[in-house]
Design a protein around this ligand. Structure first.
Ligand code: SAH
Ligand code: MG
Length: 215
């Protein structure tokens, strides 16, 4: 279980993760990390990375977290989830990397959490390491969400967990792309539903081998 101290770091970090949903992510990582590293798509300021890193500190293991750190569409100026504090004043672009680095250093998780800075598709195309857990919480447009699934899910080991955030079956509750990816995973037959808390869905890979394309 995550310590009160690390939970305080989670709470102090900017992000989009209701606590109950974050605790499910932490619990899932505790179970999975003994089987191999975990990877997160969508680092932002490190809130969910601390929840994953806390599990890695407890049971051993490594978390990779991929982000170009320039923000998703909804984080850009003029959009709903824009935060002016996160803009690089010289470039006029979002830059969440310094916030992430401070959050991970303060939490004492620099040995557990490894930042990979770049576009999800660029990194996934060259990735070669089987994963025990994949957490998809990156771009929420259809194209980005499906690219994340297509690029990363093949690296999940048999028995590995696919965790998808912001899954809203009802269009009135939120964007549909993560839900469509969830449907694709379940309807494709490779993944079975394990647990749901709020918009957080945990699935388990039940067929195929790491490295096989998931269609
Ligand atoms: N998991 C974080 C929130 C992530 S927000 C938390 O719980 O706090 C989504 C992040 O995905 C943003 O930081 C954005 O920069 C990143 N992102 C969006 N599209 C991306 C892409 N194509 N490649 C890499 N990162 C992307
Ligand atoms: Mg999210």
């Amino acid at each position: 279980m995550i310590s009160d101290e690390l939970l305080a770091h989670v709470r102090a970090t900017k992000g989009f993760m209701p606590e109950e949903e974050g605790l499910l992510l932490n619990r899932t990582a505790l179970e999975q990390l003994v089987h191999g590293p975990a990877l997160e798509v969508g680092t932002y300021a490190g809130k969910s990375a601390i929840l994953l890193g806390a599990a890695a500190q407890e049971v051993g293991g490594t978390i990779f977290t991929v982000d170009h750190h320039r923000g998703s569409e909804e984080n850009q100026a003029g959009w709903e989830h824009h935060d002016t504090e996160l803009v690089d004043p010289e470039l006029g672009l979002m830059d969440t990397l310094p916030f992430f680095r401070r959050a991970i250093a303060r939490a004492g998780l620099e040995d557990q959490v490894v930042a990979v800075i770049g576009k999800s598709t660029t990194v996934s195309a060259l990735w070669r390491t089987p994963l025990s857990l994949l957490f998809i919480d990156g771009g929420h447009s259809e194209v980005h969400a499906h690219n994340d699934y297509a690029g990363w899910a093949p690296w999940l080991i048999n028995g590995g967990c696919l965790v998808i955030h912001d899954v809203f079956p009802e269009p009135a509750d939120g964007g549909q792309a993560p839900y469509h990816v969830f449907r694709r995973a379940v309807d494709g037959g490779d993944f079975a539903e394990v647990e749901t808390v709020g918009s957080m869905r945990v699935l388990r890979r039940s067929l195929g081998q790491a490295g096989d394309p998931v269609t």
